[in-house]
Design a protein around this ligand. Sequence first.
Ligand SMILES: [Zn+2]
Length: 829
Amino acid sequence: MDRLNLGLISYCTQIVNPMNKFLTLLLLCLTSLAHSHEDSSICYLRDPGGRIREHNVDFLTMNLTVNFNTLESQVIGNVKYEFKPIQYLVDTLFLNAPNINIKSVKVNGQNTPFDTNKEGLTIRFTSTLDWHKTYKLDIDYIATPRRGLYFVGWNVTDKNPTKNRYFTHKQIWTQGQGIDNRHWIPCYDDVNDKLITSTTITFDSAYTVIANGALKKKTKNTNGTTTWSFAMDKPMVPYLIMIAIDKYTYKDYKSKNGMVSRQYFYSNLPETAIPTYQFSGEMMDWLSSEFQVSYPWQVYSNTPVQEFMFGAMENTTATIYGDFSLNDSRGVLDRAYLSTNAHELTHQWFGDYITEYSAQHHWLHESFATYYAKQFVRQVQGEEKYQMDKRGEANSAIWADKRDRFPVAHSEGGSSRHYPKGSFVIDMLRYTVSDSVYRKCITAYLKKHAYGNVSNHDFMMSFMETAGINLDWFFDQWVYRAGVPNYEVYTEYKTDKTIFYVNQTHKVDELTGYFKMPIQFKVHYTDNSTSAFKTWISGPSDTVVIPNSGNKTVAFALFDVGCQILKTTTFNKPYPELAAQAEQAENYIDRYDAVVGMRSVAMDTKRDLLLRLFNKEKFHSIRNEVVFQLKGDSSENRVPFFKKALNDKDHQVRRETIQQMDSLPIALIADLEKMLSDSSYINVELALRKLTKQFPENTKTYLTKTQNELGLNNNIRMAWLEIAIKSTTDSTEYRKHIAELATFSSNQFEFRTRMRAFDVLEEIKYADDQVLRNLIQARLSANSRLSNPAMNTLKTLFRNKAYKDQVKTIIETSEWKDWEKEIVQKIID
Ligand SMILES: [Zn+2]
């Protein structure tokens, strides 16, 4: 588990060249001396959305008491605050509370006048407040929220006759981030004021109730309800307030430091607990040790919920995640919770313990959660996975730059900047300052701002204050400005030296300059020795010379060993160098790039090498690339190779193989048929589709073999129905399948099943009255991952005018609430 402690900069110590020790020292000195032209810590793009919100009081505590009317989707609430004025003259106080029906407001026990508008509640104090005093506020209210708090499944009356595991649950849960808790709690709903909360909930005793903090009291009432009281002991921001209710069971994971992670799962799915929550204890220990800051809260739990619109949410002490990540041992092959689990746990420090001042500093949450999840997965799944994850991050950042040019530190940077690009930037920061300096500064940064707010500048200053390093140049190019460098690299091999010519060829303007980074160059010789050199590359053109005193023959040369820099590169190499690099480079990513670089090389030239690499490499990325390149092979090697690949022990290699084969040689049918019982649910679906397409005469046999498989959110069942509906000639069977499909499109099922059902309906161009009603209902969902596909399916069906007329009639003859009316009207506009 201390694999990471080798650190990124330790590549230097693995180099044989005796000059290297000197160079490493030189690099560290250069790092601390490094100055750049700008000394700025402000984003170069205007960012009005990143402005810190002003407020006139400081909230200290919140005591929230709620119960629910599930059939009316209502929250009946009371919230009590203690607060202190922080501005000098305070005669009013505004709380965000859109559409909340405020019943009464008391200040220090006295009824106090208030107004409401569509944004919230304005309290008008009878006299100006004294900023030396603490005040008590008490608000009774009723909310019928469409955002922030969600009632799932309470209006579904049907039971689950087929015991399908994706049948709807009855749940209540919340999602506060960005600014949605204001829809069910009147509050100062922003990130720059922290308070200590407690939550009391009364609900049906048959359910499990989860809220932030430790459960302090649980009282059974006489009417079949129970009252649960939870309390935090440290402050947090209101967007992190949560509630989750369903019938859950849990498994506790104790970490070595004694902290317990309580991992909830659905009582009817005990087989999901261990695959979903594996390594929960280890990640708690690893993160605490990595940060050198103990887990900052009393308790921790993970809770799955249905219809979740994101992946997961790091509510303090109580993460909520989409139940599509609650999977059995087969499901986790394709959808594992591991990385998300680590991401959300990291947020308990980065986001909850130290919190951004405003959205401009959002990467201080997300990039760190992404970075440490990636590092934890590296511990579990290895260096190859880590290097490929970084490649995925780089690709995402580079693609984002084609769309727009926002920096990482910008409220509109978007998820590609706030997650993957920022995560890669942290890797580069660690690589630049060294592992030990980075870790020392992170610990100091966390401790200094414990339970407080942070800005980009605070993070940069932690390196100045802790290690004396001014990183303004680094933040300037990677955090406050946009873009990534493009390097064009050429080499010249002289008898006594290798010369690298490096040009930065990206467009340079006020938002993207020339990048300055320490870059490692390495030459591998045919006698298996190497020389390396690490130096600053900063200008439009640089030349780097590596002496070759033994006049050795160069096997291949590397620019930026191990791809430490986020960049695009043009560095053309002849096949013999690519081949040597693919076999001998130390880092997986350098070997991978060499293999990808062979795409245009003739098959006869590269075939033997590719087959060798397929057998030698362990991780799937290079092996999949080999499958991709060998699909065009017409030699006698083709069938034996694909036979081997279809039977590979790695399900991702089996998948790549099945996807790359347009049509299947007859000799491989039996191997593909075996995949109808593959451990991966996705592979089963792919095999079923491929086989029935190529051998329609065997469809019945293939359907019989897979008739009891549901798959991941019913992926196999839905493919099965689609194929069965298209292929059957029996009208009774057809009707039976259509009825099943229509049920899958209804609110009896969670949203991913419904989305798949919509896809099949679109594919077979079928709808009836019930299906159209299901689609309209899905369009009304607050979950855009359901409502958008529903609208798309409706649009496709509307190409048949009869369907549009039918929807119009349904809409005109049904009763709708006011908010529903607006949405359904747009369906037919
Ligand atoms: Zn996150």
